[in-house]
Design a protein around this ligand. Structure first.
Ligand code: PEP
Ligand code: MG
Length: 593
């Protein structure tokens, strides 16, 4: 018997309503490796080779379109959009051009050129070491495989024709593999890689298949037909369990505590607490195409648009017009609801050599990132701000600066940079919203402490609990060695949040919270008790957060918040909050814990 733990894909700060505990036989999905040796072609065959490449791309496109249509019919447009995004990558003019150039200039066979250009793209993403980007890598792999299969004439891989229900274990699943799963035969999915925002998680949730992702390497310890228990509520995988453990989990399954619940009815309701306090619930997005999902989940606005992902998914920077189109699209889709566009936040986990100027930093988290970088890269900043300003007439767009540490920085960003770019537009008679709101992320302890000063110059605040936790606890948010210190519900972090909310409320400046803590159903009462009336979270967390808001009252939240702010450690906060929430809303908590 061996246990492995991963990230459970269920509710709360996660993606799906599908969760549960299952016991079954293993089916290991072997990852397909399409080996491509470097092969050259004669000079006079170059044009034929390019033609062969284009046909392969067209065929791959037809295959993805068919996947998109089937998914759209069975799972809805939102999930079909994943394949829409794949079509965009497949047809990325730069990728096509670079591949054709390799065929032409280096007389490479099409498959060799494809392997090189796709690998180069993957390498760029891999350096970013970020879960969103991991998904993009997965997409590029999926696309590469399709094109290579066409060029090499290999058959399309498919899951073995299953005749009995199994638990599918895989290193990774591509979106098409997940979307094509036969849900009658797949009791659960467990993957070594992947994160909560990943496509496997999103699709597994839509298919209502219990799923655990990001388990790390474990497939060497398991083989087909082994028995496995998947606890997709806590993210625990038990390989080859003993009889006593099987009986224990059979009891849990029997008790019905794992039933699947539908939260759809909650997403269109307002988040109003029992005492009548309205809580604004916004969505965090990374790409414009996520807007429809955010709306469908009941977002009342976009509280955080992480725009750096627009840059990180291509090899050269987006032009002003490309930025503009992205922002206009989101603003129009949101129809007057707030859209908070955060200016690029490269650096640290979202590292990009291209933008940092290859500065080799010993402490990237404490280095040139966020607004610090923007103020050094004037042209990059100018391109983005001009685009945001131009798009501002199409909706309720607001600008937010990341990682602001000093009042001077905010002043420079707002009154030097943005002001100068506004003057340019004015001079060229290009329309923009002159009253556009400009605010900042509160994610550096110095900003919390000095928030009264910031209140004089910032139109609004949004607390970034991911970075705030990293900096308050001096614990790298991506380092497993210190992950025991990285807890956003540590009283030290909660006191910081409390201080920020107090100052914002005293100075009557709107304040929201957009870090991962905002999507955690267990911590919601603390946040409301601290005085927050606005939260921005992953779209999938919105229904559950709204549901809990409608079942609690602010006095209870205040009581819980006051208590936990006095605790000395995160574990006590956790225990106390769980107990109190179970007392208040036992039925809901049974589904969340
Ligand atoms: C945060 O730091 O909490 C935040 C929302 O920003 P990001 O996760 O993009 O750094
Ligand atoms: Mg941050």
């Amino acid at each position: 018997m061996k246990t492995v733990s991963g990230i459970p894909v269920f509710n709360g700060d996660a993606i799906s309503n599908a969760h549960g505990v299952v016991i079954g036989k293993v089916f290991v999905q072997e990852s397909e490796r399409l080996g491509v040796a470097e092969r050259t072609i004669p000079q006079d065959k170059i044009e034929d080779e390019i033609k062969r490449y284009r046909i392969a791309v067209n065929d791959a496109r037809a295959e993805i379109e068919s996947n998109r249509d089937t998914t759209s019919e069975s799972l809805g447009q939102n999930l079909a959009d994943i394949f829409e995004a794949q079509i965009l990558i497949l047809q990325d003019p730069r990728l096509l051009r670079e591949t054709e150039n390799l065929i032409r200039d280096k007389t490479l066979a099409a498959e060799s050129a494809v392997a090189i250009t796709h690998n180069a793209q993957i390498e760029i993403f891999r350096k970013l070491n970020n879960s969103y980007i991991a998904e993009k890598i997965n997409d590029i792999r999926d696309i590469e495989k399709r094109v290579l299969r066409r060029l090499l004439g290999t058959r399309s891989e498919s899951l073995r024709k299953l005749t009995e229900p199994v638990i599918l274990l895989a290193s990774n699943l591509t979106p098409s593999e997940t979307a094509n799963l036969d849900r009658n035969y797949i009791k659960a999915i467990v993957t070594e890689s992947g994160g909560l925002g990943g496509h496997t998680a999103i699709l597994a949730a839509a298919l209502e298949i219990p799923c655990v992702v990001g388990c790390g390497n474990f497939l060497d310890n398991v083989k087909n037909e082994d028995t496995v228990i998947v606890d997709a509520i806590s993210g625990l995988i038990i390989l080859n369990p003993d009889e006593i453990t099987i009986q224990k989990y059979q009891k849990i399954i029997k008790s019905g505590a794992t039933r699947i619940e539908n939260l759809d009815e909650w997403q269109n309701l307002e988040a109003i607490t029992l005492d009548g306090t309205k809580i604004d619930i916004f969505a965090n997005i990374e790409f414009p195409q996520e807007t429809s999902n955010a709306l469908q989940r009941g977002a009342e606005g976009i509280g955080l648009f992480r725009t750096e992902f627009l840059y990180l998914t291509q090899e050269s920077d987006p032009t002003e017009n490309e930025h503009f189109e992205s922002y206009k699209r989101v603003a129009e889709a949101m129809q007057g609801k707030p859209v908070v566009i955060r200016t690029f936040d490269f650096g640290d986990d979202k590292e990009s050599d291209r933008h940092s100027g290859n500065v080799n930093e010993r402490n990237p988290a404490l280095g040139l990132r966020g607004v610090r970088l923007a103020l050094k890269r004037w042209q990059l900043f100018r391109t983005q701000i001009r685009a945001i300003l131009r798009a501002s007439i199409y909706g309720n767009i607001q600008i937010m600066f990341p990682l602001v540490s000093t009042v001077k920085e905010f002043r420079q960003a707002r009154y030097s940079a943005v002001k100068e770019f506004m003057d340019e537009l004015e001079h060229d008679e290009i329309p923009y919203n002159k009253k556009i709101k400009i605010g900042m992320m509160v994610e550096v302890p110095a900003a919390v402490v000095m928030l009264d000063h910031f209140a004089e110059i910032s139109d609004f605040f949004s607390i970034g609990t991911n970075d705030l936790t990293q900096y308050v606890m001096a614990s790298d948010r991506g380092n497993r060695n210190v992950s025991h210190l990285f807890s956003s519900s540590d009283p030290a972090v909660l006191r910081m949040i409390h201080a920020a909310v107090n100052i914002a409320n005293q100075t009557q400046k709107p304040i929201s919270l957009c870090g991962q803590l905002g999507g955690d159903p267990m911590k919601l009462a603390i946040l409301l008790g601290i005085g927050l009336k606005s939260i921005s979270c992953t779209p999938s967390s919105i229904p559950r957060i709204k549901q809990i808001c409608r079942r609690i009252n602010i006095d209870d939240c205040k009581r819980i918040a006051e208590k936990v702010l006095q605790f000395s450690n995160a574990a006590d906060v956790q225990d106390y909050t769980i107990r109190e929430m179970i007392k208040l809303i036992p039925d809901l908590m049974a589904k969340v814990i």
